[in-house]
Design a binder for this molecule. Structure first.
Ligand SMILES: *Cc1c(COP(=O)(O)O)cnc(C)c1O
Length: 454
């Protein structure tokens, strides 16, 4: 027995409350309640110190792809750790990072061939923002320093990523520390801020976006967008065609399009990347969460030869991209990522996903009829169920009611782990979830919603 296993659950709970500050967590609540401590993973299940099993309904924060402790991935990791655990990309190449970039270049949208590694989604977006601006500088357009962003957007929690975000409750406190952006309305059709309804919508929000581009002509470096679905904003699924029109506008006004595929990448939407659904190739793309199948922190900011070339020059020209993170291109993470790509092929995962996406759609129909469900949104194997106090008027539950949290606590009692986004219940399981596990996930969530709201 390892030393860690020798520590009792009681001791772990005590130390956790005394020493571990959990993210996005009111620690006063955390310290008061009894917490679950996970020690094992098997497929789509997490197992706690007492042997209780929880279906991982949010793929361990949207990262897990092939299930927990998948044999092939474990072996790839073990194999790599016996050869090289880490070596820096500052001044040296490393085998796994090279092969991974070459393999990813084959599957990313056309033209995206240059990979800048980092280790999480926020840093991938920081890199994207700095890269876009420095590109403009090298192109003799230093006045193009502004970014167009969307309301309800989420791009991470470091300051640059927060600046291009648009979620009030997360971001308002830090306003004095942020740079200003040009914020466009999001195509949040259930609560359209332009007053349109889904049935009578000509994507008026695209006109608003174009107006902002015209008004700020010559001042915008890039536009930042989560393609198809704004994840942390509440699984806000955009109308078909929106992304393509954003791409067209970026072309027309010569603005770099930065796609944040951190949540959507690696199969989540039913294609390898969300952009592919609309035949869109962004100028810069950030990838992270699913890249190493949920095993290790890894991220990349991918761009075109055109953007990359603008950074080439004599050393003295100072065109170097002055950015880098210590664990950039970590060989262990890259080795797992490579094996994960192999599993996508070997398991025919994208094809296998299609019937599961259809099954999820069918299962969600039941939720739409529930008296406190305002909106049900799905994109691939991701879904959001927005709970409302009043279905007729769409009046939200007051956020202080913690309705989402309460539903998830109820689900936990029934062996499902989920984590809400405000009043929206999230479904975001590992891509390998079986039909029966998906059915369990849906039935537990619907029962939990019923218990809490009725
Ligand atoms: C999670 C997420 C991020 C931030 O990634 P971290 O690894 O948590 O820093 C950025 N963008 C999107 C769309 C995300 O879902």
């Amino acid at each position: 027995m390892s030393e860690a296993n020798a520590v009792t659950t009681e001791q772990l709970r005590l130390w956790d409350k005394r020493h571990v500050w959990h993210p996005f967590t009111q620690m006063q609540d955390w310290e008061r309640d009894e917490q679950i401590i996970i020690v094992k993973g098997e497929g789509c299940w997490l197992i706690d110190t007492e042997g209780n099993r929880y279906l991982d309904g949010v793929a361990s924060m949207w990262t897990n792809v092939h299930g927990h402790c998948r044999r092939e991935l474990n072996d790839a990791l073990k194999e790599q750790v016996e050869r090289l655990e880490h070596s820096t990309l500052l001044g040296l190449g490393s085998e796994q990072s090279i092969i991974l970039a070459a393999r990813l270049a084959e599957i990313t949208p056309p033209g995206l061939d240059r990979f800048f590694y980092s280790d999480n989604g926020s840093t991938a977006m920081e890199v994207a923002v700095k890269m876009a601006y420095q590109y403009q500088v090298h192109s003799g357009r230093a006045e193009r320093s502004r970014f167009i962003t969307f309301r309800h957007a989420y791009h991470g929690d470091t300051l640059g990523a927060v600046s291009v975000g648009g979620i009030g409750i997360y971001h308002t406190t830090f306003k004095p520390l942020m740079f200003e952006t040009i914020q466009a309305p999001a195509p949040y059709c259930y609560r359209c801020e332009l007053g349109c309804s889904r049935s009578a919508c000509n994507m008026e929000c695209i006109n608003s976006l174009e107006e902002l581009m015209v008004r700020n002509a010559g001042l915008v470096a890039g536009l930042v967008i989560e393609p198809l679905v704004q994840g942390a904003g509440g699984m806000i699924v955009h109308p078909a065609g929106f992304l393509k029109r954003v791409r067209d506008l970026c072309d027309r006004y010569d603005i770099l399009m930065i796609a944040d595929e951190v949540a959507t990448g690696f199969g989540r939407t039913g294609a390898m990347f969300a952009c592919s659904h609309e035949g869109v190739a962004p100028d810069i793309m950030a990838i992270s969460k699913g890249i190493a199948a949920g095993y290790l922190p890894l991220a990349a900011t991918v761009t075109t030869d055109k953007v990359y070339s603008a950074f080439l020059g004599r050393y003295s020209e100072l065109k170097t991209f002055f950015h880098g993170h210590t664990f950039t291109g970590n060989p262990l993470a890259c080795a797992v990522a490579l094996k994960s790509l192999q599993l996508f092929q070997q398991d025919n995962l994208l094809a296998a996903l299609q019937p599961k996406i259809a099954r999820l759609k069918q299962g969600l129909a039941e939720f739409s009829a529930m008296p406190h469900v305002g909106d049900v949104r799905q994109c691939g194997l991701a879904a959001g169920i927005e709970l409302v106090e009043n279905r007729e008027t769409g009046t939200p539950y007051p956020w202080e009611d913690k309705i989402g949290i309460r539903v998830c606590l109820e689900a936990r009692k029934r062996g499902v782990f989920s984590r809400p986004l405000g009043n929206t219940i999230v479904i975001f399981p590992p891509l390998v979830i079986s039909d029966s596990e998906l059915d369990t996930l849906l039935s537990v969530l619907s029962e939990s919603i019923r218990v809490i709201t009725e």
